[in-house]
Design a protein around this ligand. Structure first.
Ligand SMILES: Nc1ncnc2c1ncn2[C@@H]1O[C@H](COP(=O)(O)OP(=O)(O)OP(=O)(O)O)[C@@H](O)[C@H]1O
Length: 245
């Protein structure tokens, strides 16, 4: 592919979310949310508790039915029936196959997606899961359960992986390691959408940000774009979020 073809291909959004709205009764948990996800980026959906991050992810992947709005995949309408094959979603706080050994869960997932022994080994090493392979999933600590979820996400072939609070349960050093893993996979062709409420973590891992409050987008762009928009040339993501909400 020539450099020009590559640039053109890269500038087509992988996913466009157009005016997505989801109500619970009278409450609009997300309200006409519109943004694009670019190939190979790490996009952060940032917002405080109750902002609508989980609802946005679950509506986008089709777990919840939207009240209105649509999704486009590489410019074409994406029906709910095709989403499972294109988008992989890692929810917050689930424990997959609780009674199984961690090694068995990994091995099952890897066989479904035909991963080689080398790919499995690399994934287990990168997320630091090897010390607990002999343990049953329900006995894993919160941080190790999170590592298991990350490993499962990385073993899938999906181009776009959405993760709800991927750093929850990690200390500073573990968060830094996992940020490195996600950035490495983004460089190799994966795209990530991460719902994060810790602004400092988000600032370190994400290329661009969707700032969400009360179900509505309050800001969208790179840190530099958001700094320019808020006239805060040296502002942190936290400063920007406070200025916009
Ligand atoms: N099943 C539900 N029924 C009714 N209201 C709901 C339901 N799930 C979420 N909500 C409401 O929708 C709004 C958005 O919630 P959501 O869980 O999407 O936010 P969030 O940003 O993911 O929050 P957190 O960071 O606390 O997980 C909140 O006001 C919440 O109370």
């Amino acid at each position: 592919m020539s450099p020009i073809e590559f640039a053109e291909k890269s500038s087509v959004p992988l996913l466009c979310i157009n005016a997505l709205t989801k109500r619970y009764g009278q409450e609009r948990a997300i309200d006409r949310v519109t943004f694009s996800v670019l190939p190979n980026e790490v996009l952060g959906v940032i917002g405080p508790n109750g902002a609508g991050k989980t609802t946005l992810m679950e509506t986008a992947v089709g777990l919840l039915a939207a009240d209105s709005g649509e999704l486009l995949w590489r410019g074409e309408r994406l029906l709910a029936s095709r989403r499972r094959g294109l988008l992989f979603y890692l929810p917050d706080g689930v424990r997959p196959y609780q009674d199984q050994l961690t090694a068995e869960v990994i091995s099952f997932f890897a066989s479904v997606y035909r991963r080689s022994a080398a790919e499995i080994d690399e994934t287990l090493t990168s997320v630091g899961l090897k010390p607990v392979l002999h343990k049953r999933v329900h006995t894993l600590s919160k941080g190790y359960n999170r590592r298991l979820l990350l490993a499962l996400g990385l073993l899938t072939p999906h181009e776009l992986v959405l993760m709800d609070e991927p750093f929850d349960g990690f200390d500073l050093r573990q968060t830094r390691d996992i940020i490195g893993v996600l950035r490495h996979h983004a460089q190799r062709g994966r795209t990530f959408v991460l719902a994060i409420h810790q602004l400092a973590d988000a600032e370190r891992v994400c290329d661009r940000f969707v700032l969400l409050a009360d179900g509505q987008i309050r800001g969208l762009g790179t840190l530099d774009e958001l700094r320019a928009e808020t006239s805060l040339p040296n502002g942190s993501l936290e400063d920007i979020f406070l200025a916009l909400t």
